[in-house]
Design a protein around this ligand. Structure first.
Ligand code: PGA
Length: 219
């Protein structure tokens, strides 16, 4: 059986206390081991506490950052660079459409971020909105997230997800393709039964520990 890669994108949500409660409640929901690989992507401010909570709750998950600076170490006030992230994470999300739209991140900036992440020995997860989104060289993991499906409760169809995933695998030689956009505990198995889809990126559904626990079981 394939083991699904689940990248939970918490976006700009949760305080330290809410994070502690989330882990406690998640653990109450599920003591069963599962075969899914989970990468939790909280805000920068929560990475340290999440690292401790994973150990405390005996969860063999990994951590990811939701973005990274396109600059290196040095005089860049407010930026968090890839070398700093290495203390906490193995994965870095790059090119989410919320950042492209709200923060005007361009392909050039995103390509630079990928370079920084790879130089630091971390793994970029590159977000594409459709088959036309340019992808930098050397990307192993792509997340297909159509804009209409993000946070709307209206996911793309599994057939479309399969078509896009198959396209990236066959024409761009991407090893791992994920689908994101309104994935929840009720529709995850339909996406996971697509032969070219290797995993999913839940946002909203990862914020509630009961829903997320069911999602992980169903994946
Ligand atoms: P959603 O978010 O699951 O709330 O649609 C997914 C994402 O934007 O990564």
């Amino acid at each position: 059986m394939r083991s699904a890669l689940i990248i939970a994108n918490w976006k700009s949500n949760k305080t330290v206390q809410e994070t502690e409660e989330w882990f406690f409640r998640y653990r109450q929901q599920t003591m069963l081991p599962h075969t899914a690989r989970v990468v939790l992507c909280p805000s920068f401010s929560l990475l340290g506490i999440c690292k401790s909570l994973l150990v405390r709750h005996h969860l063999l998950w990994e951590l990811g950052a939701q973005t990274v600076s396109s600059f290196g170490i040095g005089k860049h006030t407010g930026e968090i660079n890839a070398v700093q992230l290495k203390d906490f994470v193995q994965y870095v999300l790059i090119g989410h459409s919320e950042r492209r739209i709200e923060l005007h991140e361009t392909d050039d900036m995103l390509f630079e971020k990928v370079k920084r992440v790879r130089e630091a020995g971390l793994t970029p997860v590159y977000f594409v909105q459709d088959m036309t989104t340019p992808i930098p060289d050397g990307i192993d993991i792509v997340a297909y997230e159509p804009i209409f499906a993000i946070g709307t409760g209206h996911p793309d169809s599994p057939e479309d997800a399969e078509k896009v995933a198959h396209y990236f695998k066959t024409t761009k030689h991407i090893r791992t393709v994920l689908y994101g956009g309104s994935v929840d505990d009720t529709n995850v198995s339909a996406f996971m039964s697509c032969s070219s889809v290797d995993g999913i990126v839940p946002g909203t559904a990862s914020l509630d520990p009961a829903i997320f626990s069911r999602l992980v079981q169903n994946a």
